[in-house]
Design a protein around this ligand. Structure first.
Ligand code: HEM
Ligand SMILES: CC(C)=CCC/C(C)=C/CC/C(C)=C/COP(=O)(O)OP(=O)(O)O
Length: 302
């Protein structure tokens, strides 16, 4: 038994590659976050974002977000082995030792914070650290295992990136930046619960109290629809407040109505694979919504 475990470990740790460390950083999630950071930066100023803030701000924030993602892999290594979606992750399989992953998280986290403190500003650095701890510690270690509202509360940390971009440029809070945070906050439940419906059995097996497990699929689908309605309303606020113009109004409405279509299809079970399709659409939605915000910012038609 011992020999087998040692052999497996040798086999796994012998083939550690840099791609394993990259995977621990959840690069695609961080990439979308950085898109919202960049757009938060551009919306904060009528002109050009200073190049040093653009490059170093995004680098620092990305390193901290990646650090949080690595810690998430370490904390979740046991439950990750139970779920098919996460079973092959480098720490879960033993390919990367938890201690090595933690040291990696510490290194990139300290580097990210150092960059933000030295070259951006302290407000952005501390808000980024709060998001890092909010996700890696508050959400992953406590909320995820404690309540089906885990992702609603944890969503505050995930929603912060556009605010981080804004403060990186201006050094202060602004209502417009908080509107962008509110959009991602309202988007998170439909984004995640759609996937959680699709993966309900796995979460149940791992004993994680995600909403479809604790309250059933129909209840979750109803809440996805309600949050999608809130999202549609909140996404129109940049236009209502005069922050964005007609291009944004049209874009946000079309994207939001499409989201609503999927939320209704999911509730009525009228399309095959509606849950996973809603999840995929949520990502396209957020990406396009922020692109439209940027286009509108520079081509403002009133
Ligand atoms: C508490 C908040 C959030 C939760 C619980 C959550 C949950 C998840 C989960 C479980 C996945 C599947 C990952 C996988 O298959 O390995 C996922 C994928 C994804 N999430 Fe989220 N998410 C949250 C917030 C965000 C935010 C704020 C963003 C970006 C702004 C984001 C962007 C993405 C992207 C791009 C993917 C696809 C990743 C891929 O294809 O590998 N998520 N999310
Ligand atoms: C500094 C900063 C901006 C930090 C942001 C933190 C961050 C990377 C948030 C990602 C959100 C996310 C993918 C949650 C899923 O975790 P999960 O554990 O529920 O999903 P999993 O089962 O796929 O690991």
């Amino acid at each position: 038994m011992e020999t087998t475990r040692a052999n497996t470990k040798d086999m796994n740790s012998g083939s550690v590659r840099w791609q394993d460390y990259l995977e621990l950083c959840k690069p695609r999630v961080v990439a979308l976050m950085i898109l919202t950071v960049v757009i938060g930066m551009f919306l904060a100023t009528p002109g050009m974002v200073p190049l040093d803030v653009l490059v170093l701000g995004n680098l620092g924030i990305a390193l901290c977000a990646a650090s949080a993602a690595v810690i998430n892999h370490v904390v979740d290594r046991k439950i990750d082995t139970i779920m098919a979606r996460t079973r092959k992750r480098p720490v879960a399989t033993g390919k990367v030792e938890p201690l090595n992953a933690l040291l990696f998280a510490l290194a990139i986290g300290v580097l990210g914070m150092g960059i933000l403190l030295a070259f951006v500003n302290p407000l952005t650095a501390w808000l980024t650290l709060a998001s890092l701890l909010g996700y890696a510690v508050v959400y992953t270690l406590f909320l995820k295992r404690a309540t089906p509202q885990n992702i609603v509360i944890g969503g505050i940390a995930g929603a912060a990136p556009p605010l981080l971009g804004w403060t990186a440029v201006t050094g202060e809070f602004h209502g417009n930046a908080l509107l962008l945070v509110l959009i991602i906050f309202a988007w998170t439940p439909p984004h995640f619960w759609a996937l959680a419906i699709h993966r309900k059995e796995e979460y149940a097996q791992a004993d994680i109290p995600m909403l479809p497990v604790t309250h059933g699929e129909q209840y979750t689908k109803l809440h996805i629809l309600l949050y999608t309605l809130v999202l549609l309303l909140v996404s129109l606020m940049p236009w209502m407040t005069g922050m964005s113009g007609m291009i944004y109004l049209v874009g946000a409405s079309l994207l939001g109505l499409r989201f609503l279509y999927w939320a209704v299809a999911l509730l009525r079970d009228s399309r095959p694979h509606a849950a996973i399709k809603t999840f995929h659409y949520s990502i396209t939605y957020l990406m396009l919504l922020f692109v439209v915000l940027l286009v509108d910012h520079y081509l403002y038609l009133g």
